[in-house]
Design a protein around this ligand. Structure first.
Ligand SMILES: C[S@@+](CC[C@H](N)C(=O)[O-])C[C@H]1O[C@@H](n2cnc3c(N)ncnc32)[C@H](O)[C@@H]1O
Length: 345
């Protein structure tokens, strides 16, 4: 064999290895989705000492043979460990990472949202036509799943992220007026109102279904006296010197006219008021796109594209706020998939 031929063989093996890595990742993702959807992880979390497939099947109410197949798949994906008696248990911390929705590093929303056709299947279906959609074309289940994905972002933002802005916590505790843009299903409204019992909040969102869900959530939480929601495109929402804080979670990148929204926010804030964008830090370069967070965020871009949007790098948000006259603009990545950008009027 010539040296050239052996190089080619090595390259082929390397490329085949990468492809197998993608297929294995897909199997791991599907294994997580099956485990979440059928309560298998939840059952194992209640039995940290481990369970045989028969015990798992009996407790979770699934077929014993299938439970064994799933357990071995989950072991292969390093989600479970197994002892010498064939008892399977979750690997350390997995319960928090995929089951505890209030754990700051909760990741269990991602496999759920990735399972909906809106992201990958519909992108493939619309690829030829370039058909775009808006949130009112998305199913209620997808909106609920997106809201689940937003939850850890709110948990990191409130109060930890807000604490990072000097003087803001004291202002909020004293009874500030807060504007939340793009409230979605309303998790952030409830979290803000409960964290700061003296604030009054106005929420804005353009999707009537999401506003309906958010209003129900507010009613259940008994917060309708302090929180009101306006159904409007952010581009058309105008207020004057009214708010101490404006905040937007995982949505600023979606604005149809991001400059107009930024100008509206500047106008709506009181002098000294603060705008906080909490979003996904899309990689700024091709190199960083190949990191694990970069690859996951590239997946989210398939949905964003269908609503005529794309995730943006942190630096682009900083530049946006500076361009429109915000002062003391700072951008920071608080996790590899979560950034905070703040600026003052
Ligand atoms: C990804 S969801 C996030 C919702 C919520 N902030 C959360 O984290 O759960 C995006 C929301 O932004 C709203 N939205 C996006 N762009 C908008 C615009 N230009 N005007 C009004 N609402 C908009 C959508 O209707 C949707 O409810």
């Amino acid at each position: 064999m010539t040296i050239g031929a052996s190089n080619v063989q090595q390259e082929v093996q390397q490329q085949a290895g990468k492809l197998l890595g993608h297929f294995a990742g897909y199997v791991g993702l599907k294994t997580i989705q099956i485990g979440l959807a059928n309560g298998l992880f939840a059952t194992l979390a209640e039995n940290p000492g481990g369970m045989t497939p028969a015990e798992l099947a009996s407790s979770a109410g699934v077929d014993e043979f299938y439970a064994g197949v799933w357990a071995r798949g989950a072991f292969a994906a390093e989600l479970l460990e197994v002892d010498s008696d064939g008892r399977y248990a979750m690997v350390p911390h997995l319960d928090k990472l995929i089951l505890n929705e209030d754990f700051p590093a909760y990741l269990g929303g991602i496999p759920i949202v990735f399972n909906h056709p809106e992201i990958f299947d519909n992108f493939s279906k619309n690829l030829k036509s370039g058909r775009r959609i808006w949130w009112d074309d998305a199913s209620p289940e997808f909106i609920q799943a997106v809201s689940g994905t937003g939850r850890p972002f709110y948990n990191r933002l409130i109060p930890g992220g807000l604490d990072k802005v000097e003087g803001l916590t004291a202002k909020l505790q004293g009874g500030a007026k807060v504007l939340e843009l793009a409230v979605g299903a309303g998790r952030g409204l409830v979290k803000l109102a409960e964290a700061y019992p003296n604030i009054k909040i106005t929420g804005v969102d353009g999707d009537a279904h999401s506003v309906g869900v958010a209003n129900e959530r507010l009613q259940t939480a008994g917060l309708t006296d302090r929180v009101q929601i306006v159904t409007s495109p952010l581009e058309d929402y105008v207020a004057e010197n009214e708010f101490d804080l404006a905040v937007i979670n995982i949505s600023m990148h979606e604005c149809r006219d991001i400059d107009k929204v930024t100008v509206n926010v500047l106008r709506a804030l009181k002098p000294g008021g603060c705008f906080i964008i909490s979003d996904f830090p899309f990689p700024a370069s091709h190199e960083t796109m190949r990191t694990l967070p970069g690859r996951v965020l590239s997946g989210i871009q398939y949905f964003e594209a269908q609503i005529d949007a794309q995730l943006m790098p942190t630096s682009a948000f900083v530049e946006l706020l500076e361009r429109h006259g915000f002062k003391d603009v700072k951008g920071m990545d608080i996790t590899p998939v979560h950034n905070l950008i703040c600026g003052t009027k």
